[in-house]
Design a protein around this ligand. Structure first.
Ligand code: HPA
Length: 275
């Protein structure tokens, strides 16, 4: 047994000791999904600091928690608090919670992020369902020895975001009268925002939105055989010929404004999932 497998099993066992119900859906409560957390009928909350081998924030040990409970009639494991590569965590650390969620039983992972819009048809405040991604982080969470019990050495990436889940999100958005864009999410390491030349390049190579998260977790989900549904909250416009200095307060305000709509769409999608 590899060291990683041992750590996953110990972490999963610690969670099972607190709550024995098996979650079918994992949710990473990234930017844009805060409102969803309030809809969960909570059965247990476990601080990351109390789960063996879970990464914890060096700044605030209580920064993250795993929330187990019911949402739209399904039992879910929601990760409240995520880790970013730019904070100094390795991608193995960033993705460890996904490994543990898989060991607990999830078959579907729902992820969200705040992203800059590169597609000129997008506007700040839009929602996008992720159809594909480009990994520009310059690292990969699967580098190192591969544990065949976790997944294959060379995972296929022809459909990281399950097409039927994308269609489910699109149908739900139409029913709710919500404009839902679709597109390719490009992940950079951050923490600096990108230059005009970089935005022009990213658009040229086929990206619709850019951010600093999600792709590592999705790679590990695919490696683990988990089906993924992902959303970007478009918080700013990254058009190289009309670029304005980024305003982080405005980005946060825009993300908060999108939350109720995204929460509603995700809650309805979960209700309709077959897990
Ligand atoms: N780049 C540009 N704009 C953004 C990002 C990013 O990584 N995240 C949210 N808005």
């Amino acid at each position: 047994m590899t060291e990683l497998r041992k750590r996953i099993d110990e972490a999963a066992q610690a969670v099972k000791n607190v709550c024995s119900l098996e979650p079918g859906v994992g949710i990473i409560l990234g930017t844009g999904l805060g409102a969803l957390a309030k809809r969960i009928d909570v059965k247990a909350r476990i601080a990351y600091a109390d789960i063996p081998h879970f990464p914890t924030s060096t700044v605030d040990a209580h920064a993250g928690e795993l929330v187990l409970g019911s949402l739209s009639g399904k039992f879910v494991a929601a990760m409240s608090g995520r880790f970013h590569y730019y904070e100094g965590y390795s991608l193995q650390q960033v993705t460890f919670p996904v490994r543990v969620a898989k060991a607990l039983g999830i078959g579907v992972l729902i992820v969200s992020n705040a992203a800059g819009g590169l597609n000129p048809e997008f506007r700040s405040g839009d929602l996008m369902v992720i159809t594909d991604h480009i990994n520009f982080i310059g690292d990969n969470p699967l580098i190192g020895p591969n544990d065949e019990s976790l997944g294959p050495r060379y995972p296929d990436m022809c459909e990281p975001y399950a097409r039927d889940l994308v269609e489910l999100a699109e149908r739900t958005a139409i029913e709710r009268g919500v404009r839902l864009q679709r597109g390719v999410y490009l992940a950079c390491s951050g923490p600096c925002l990108e230059t005009r030349a970089e935005y022009r390049f990213m658009r040229t190579i086929g990206a619709d939105a850019v951010g600093m998260s999600t792709v590592p977790e999705v790679i590990v989900a695919v490696h683990s055989g988990i089906r993924v549904l992902g959303f970007s909250a478009i918080t700013d416009e990254c058009f190289p010929d009309a670029l304005k200095p980024v305003n982080i307060d405005k980005i946060i305000a825009t993300a908060n404004g999108i939350e109720p709509t995204l929460g509603e769409i995700v809650a309805t999608c979960i209700e309709r999932l077959e897990v």
